[in-house]
Design a protein around this ligand. Structure first.
Ligand code: NAP
Length: 289
């Protein structure tokens, strides 16, 4: 009996690097034409994880030649004052993307905040209008994490048309938009969630599995079709406190054809796609001048 080779690793760090080089080139070209792509990041409160995320986003902008504005407010900032700041950024021609870091303090309604961001600057793709654009196939902004997953799948060279894709998880920010993007590429899509009766029954039929749950070992080797593409969005901690995904990586890599590691798979792509969306927003703004 011949032994199956283990899966090819989809290197999110390397793919991210290539995409960021492209972002930098596009940003340079736009800047020479007088439109330097600009991202505004708003942080309200002192959440330590949010501070790290925001810092990484600003740093990524700087490294790719984007203009960035960081606005940090005390947790006591009123909702009205935050909405007024967003309106001002909506009207600011030097800003092409606006991101409000979640979670917000409890007295602020995140939906009101997201819906106040101009759709043309909604580079997180979280507003209902952006979701509607994705749903109806209009050219809006795709949420960054599933958009990054699509790039990782594309890097395998596997054509999605006619393939069966299973998405585990149905959140508004990852699972649902992921399913719509796969559908847009002509995959046949199944969405699984916590009430799915027999997850393994579905995943065993999948040519592509995207796990976006937030629980370790949701996908194990016995649940994967040989040769499948496995994308692991999950971010969890194992017993030693190390970052791990939703997929039993050690087992599944012996069955899958392609697999993303955690860390180094989906993680680096999320900020990269934020840069991609911001440059795209600037390009659209420049085209409208
Ligand atoms: P979420 O809002 O908590 O959604 C989790 C989804 O998983 C829900 O739809 C839930 O189903 C489903 N689920 C829970 N238990 C399940 C089970 N046993 N079997 C099948 N489905 C199950 O989480 P999220 O925001 O989508 O994030 C998912 C994971 O991705 C988290 O670990 C998060 O940290 C990670 N993440 C990573 C990045 C990155 O950049 N790498 C970005 C975003 C998120 P119900 O709807 O039925 O409750």
């Amino acid at each position: 009996m011949t032994e199956r080779p283990s899966a090819r690793i989809i290197d999110g760090v390397a793919i991210s690097r290539q995409l960021r080089a492209d972002v930098a080139a596009r940003a340079g070209e736009l800047t020479r034409k007088g439109v330097r792509p600009g991202l505004a990041v708003i942080l309200v409160g002192e959440d330590p994880a949010s501070q790290v995320y925001v810092r990484n986003k600003i740093k990524a902008c700087e490294e790719s030649g984007l203009h960035s504005v960081f606005e940090k407010y005390d947790a006591s900032l009123s909702q009205d004052d935050l909405l007024a700041r967003i309106e001002a950024l909506n009207a600011d021609a030097s800003i092409h993307g606006i991101l409000v870091q979640m979670p917000l303090p409890r007295h602020i309604d995140p939906h009101r905040v997201i819906e106040t961001i101009a759709t043309a600057k909604d580079v997180d793709g979280y507003s209902t209008l952006s979701a509607g654009e994705l749903m109806t196939g209009l050219p809006g902004f795709n949420p960054c994490t599933p958009y990054g997953c699509m790039k990782l799948i594309a890097s395998t060279g596997i054509e999605l048309r006619g393939k069966h894709a299973v998405v585990i998880g149905r959140s508004n920010t990852v699972g649902k938009p992921m399913a719509l993007m796969l559908l847009q590429q002509n995959a046949t899509v199944t969405i699984c969630h916590s009430a799915t009766a027999d997850l393994k029954h579905h995943t065993l039929q999948a040519d592509v599995v995207v796990a976006a749950v937030g629980r370790r070992n949701v996908l194990t080797a016995d649940m994967v079709k040989p040769g499948a593409v496995v994308i692991d969005v999950g971010m969890n901690r194992n017993d030693e406190g190390k970052l791990c995904g939703d997929v039993d990586y050690a087992g599944v890599r012996d069955v899958a054809g392609f697999i993303t590691p955690v860390p180094g798979g989906v993680g680096p792509m999320t900020i990269t796609m934020l840069l991609v969306n911001t440059v795209e927003a600037a390009q659209r703004a420049a085209a409208a001048l």
